[in-house]
Write a protein that binds this ligand. Structure first.
Ligand SMILES: Cc1cc2nc3c(=O)[nH]c(=O)nc-3n(C[C@H](O)[C@H](O)[C@H](O)COP(=O)(O)OP(=O)(O)OC[C@H]3O[C@@H](n4cnc5c(N)ncnc54)[C@H](O)[C@@H]3O)c2cc1C
Length: 190
């Protein structure tokens, strides 16, 4: 963690105090291997990038990694592990407890990963981690298909599914998690 030592003279006494700054580790290695955008406290877009749905949550990550694809996700997980930084994953950002952000660590933001591909014959819809329910519904409804999502459209499909997920049609089709067929895992193990 970077520390700034400041000394001040007052009345002949020398006072030292440490000002703990938000750690901004060298991002060069990650930047060279990243297709999306890395946002740090130095950027004007930082306050917008660190915002989550619950306005009571006011955390200041060292970097927000706006991933553009799976390779960015893998690079971000590896970077956080190598730097020994806390990692928070954000999909739709609706965690009321603020679990999708953190102080001083890395926010792995999936919100720009919006791919959805509906297979009408197989009745499946592979979708990326940044997709919201209103976006998934938009794509599946074009084929006359639907699955259990949330009551509101702006929650993320990933976070809601990880919590089980209940919505308008769960009485007939079960919880969201009951309709999940497979996931791609990115693990941070050495
Ligand atoms: C206004 C509102 C309405 C809601 N309505 C409903 C409802 O009708 N039905 C219902 O079941 N729930 C509902 N919820 C609860 C909601 O499902 C949870 O808050 C859910 O966690 C939000 O998911 P998210 O992706 O939007 O949030 P995020 O904050 O992005 O993520 C939530 C959690 O999941 C983790 N996560 C997200 N994506 C991934 C990923 N790809 N890999 C690993 N971890 C991940 C995050 O790290 C975090 O811990 C509602 C919440 C709100 C605020």
């Amino acid at each position: 963690m970077r520390q700034t030592l400041r000394a001040a003279r007052a009345g002949g006494l020398l006072f030292h105090h440490f000002v703990m700054s938000i750690p901004v580790p060298s991002l060069d290695a990650l930047r060279s291997n990243f297709r999306g955008e890395l946002i740090t406290p130095r950027d004007s877009s930082y306050d917008n990038a660190r915002r989550v749905w619950n306005a009571l949550i006011d955390k200041r990550p060292a970097v927000v990694a706006m991933c553009a694809g799976a390779a960015d996700v893998m690079a971000t997980v590896t970077f956080a592990r190598e730097q020994g930084l806390l990692l928070a994953v954000r999909g739709g950002g609706h965690s009321i407890a603020g679990n999708s952000t953190c102080d001083g660590g890395v926010v792995l933001d999936l919100s720009r990963m919006k791919g959805v591909r509906v297979d009408k014959i197989a009745r499946t819809a592979p979708a990326e981690g940044g997709v919201l329910w209103q976006e998934l519904d938009h794509e599946t409804q074009a084929f006359g298909l639907a699955t259990t999502g949330g009551m509101l459209g702006d929650t993320g499909i990933a976070g809601l599914t990880l919590g089980g997920g209940f919505g308008w049609i769960c009485g007939k089709y079960g919880l969201t998690i009951d309709n999940l067929l497979s996931v791609d895992f990115v693990v941070g193990l050495r």
